[in-house]
Design a protein around this ligand. Structure first.
Ligand code: DX5
Ligand code: ZN
Length: 218
């Protein structure tokens, strides 16, 4: 299984200090920063878009922005996110009928590719062809739309199914993940760990980051 990558979700950070919050996480041991882009269509909320990501990439040199695109038309934002410095563009399979063409567009802009599935979408929706064309598979462990929700244990078997099919692929979990739920995620085979509330809400985020990482790597 690939090594652990911790990707704190900035949705739980103080948006007024976004660049400082990102720097604090990197200093605390985070490899990536998880940027939740919501468009008010695919999900009811609106969060941030390319102009904010551009400020962050300018303000935090070397940052790896793991962009989770909860948007209805994933092909529409590829160029904007690439121009803003996005490193990985992860889109939802529920939002498109032609994932391979979205992947092609992302590759054309030299970003890494992620494909995401929501809680009610089976793991078999990720075909071998799509998975092999992607760098990362994201199994949502809450319904996309907001931070601070309860971890859905019933999504965990999908992680195990995907790990069995793709031993070397990055598999990300997102939603309600923290020290209490990391065991199940790590045991099932996820290695890219998103956590918002559990990290930003902790008195010592670096301790939480270290715990999550150690659990995956052992
Ligand atoms: C939910 C987002 C998540 C969320 C995670 O729609 O995709 O990234 O911010 O936050 P926590 O860890 O608080 O569930
Ligand atoms: Zn997310």
């Amino acid at each position: 299984m690939p090594r652990a990558i911790i990707s704190p979700s900035v949705l739980a950070s103080d948006f007024g200090q976004l660049t400082a919050e990102c720097k604090r996480m990197i200093k605390g041991g985070a490899e990536w920063l998880h940027m939740d882009v919501m468009d008010g269509h695919f999900v009811p909320n609106i969060t941030m878009g390319a102009p904010i990501l551009a400020c962050v990439s300018k303000g935090v040199p070397g940052i790896f922005m793991d962009c989770h695109m909860m948007v209805a038309e994933p092909e529409k934002w590829v160029n904007d996110i690439a121009d803003a410095g996005g490193a990985l563009y992860c889109f939802h399979l529920e939002a498109t009928t032609d994932p391979l063409s979205v992947i092609k567009a992302i590759r054309a802009r030299n970003m890494k590719v992620g494909v995401a599935i929501s809680p009610d979408t089976p793991s078999t929706t990720i075909t071998d062809e799509v998975a092999n064309a992607a760098d990362m598979l994201l199994v949502m462990t809450v319904y996309p739309g907001r931070g601070g929700q309860k971890f859905l244990e019933r999504c965990v078997p999908k992680v195990a199914e995907l790990r069995a099919r793709f031993p070397d692929k990055d598999i990300e979990v997102d939603g309600g993940v923290g020290p209490k739920t990391i065991d199940a995620c790590a045991h099932a085979g996820s290695n890219v760990i998103v956590a918002g509330t559990a990290i930003f809400g902790a008195p010592n985020p670096e301790e939480v980051i270290a715990t999550l990482k150690a659990t995956v790597n052992t």
